[in-house]
Design a binder for this molecule. Sequence first.
Ligand SMILES: *[C@@H]1O[C@H](CO)[C@@H](O)[C@H](O)[C@H]1NC(C)=O
Ligand SMILES: *[C@@H]1O[C@H](CO)[C@@H](O)[C@H](O)[C@H]1NC(C)=O
Length: 296
Amino acid sequence: MFFNTFLAFVAASSSAFLHAHAHGTITGVTGANGVQAAGFGIIASTPRDGSTPIPFEQDTSVIRDIEIQSGKTGVCGRTAAGGNNDVASQLAAASQAGLPTAAGDGSVSMTLHQVNQDGAGPYTCEVSGDGGNTFQAATVTQQVPGTLGLSLAKATNFSLVAQMPAGVACTAGPNGDACIMRCRNPALAGPFGSCVAVASGTATGNTTAAAAAAPAAAAPAAASAAGTTATGAAAGTTAADTAAPATDAATAGGVKGLLSKLKGLAGNKATARAPAKRHIVSRVAGKRSGYWLDNQ
Ligand SMILES: *[C@@H]1O[C@H](CO)[C@@H](O)[C@H](O)[C@H]1NC(C)=O
Ligand SMILES: *[C@@H]1O[C@H](CO)[C@@H](O)[C@H](O)[C@H]1NC(C)=O
């Protein structure tokens, strides 16, 4: 009996941990405007009915903070088939195809395709209105099942819905109306997930007015920093999760408010290095992704 259990564990673990590939990706975005799109790096012809690395993992993204900081990838990571997801060109392609819009409450409805075990949830989502220079925590209102990025599901589609915080101004892409929604899970071999491009539609209403809320940018930088504090993906995501509910406090009370909220929620471990990392994240993300105009 013990031996059988052990074998089952080994079978699950080898598939879940030993393949250094990407196992969960966003194959669909359904806009409130009816536009259907997909995540960055998605190859439409990839079959979705299997769970082996080739070909099923070829267009799923690994999005690691450490690789973003080092400049190895942009803020949207890389895929096996396409390499670095170049944010500017992905935004351009998405805008040309037509951007799906968020719902009136800022919700973005996505299809998360779990290729195999470590593409499971929970996913953490963030939104960037400036082409990836800064991110703000989004609220995941429909989650993919899983624990620490693991579950037994494979070749399965799940609905993933994330709500943009109020006041995000989508100003990226060639038409100046795109936001990037980035969702990642905490898998040890990942994090896995995708970036998708969306327009706010009616969600934020007057983006000119929303853009005036610029001081809120302190919150995403600190939140991203919290997400990168730990080198282990699981711990990093825990920190990011913790940062998410703190965004409101940060918006109201600045970085000080965020930090005190974080301390209360997560203890000193998650917060200790957040201030030091803050600049690194902003600077490197800025260097790789650039404001849209810088890339032209
Ligand atoms: C999952 O979604 C993809 C596209 O997003 C589709 O090609 C595939 O057929 C779907 N699979 C199932 C089982 O519905
Ligand atoms: C948007 O808000 C700004 C600032 O409040 C205002 O000047 C502008 O007229 C508004 N635009 C529209 C289309 O309502």
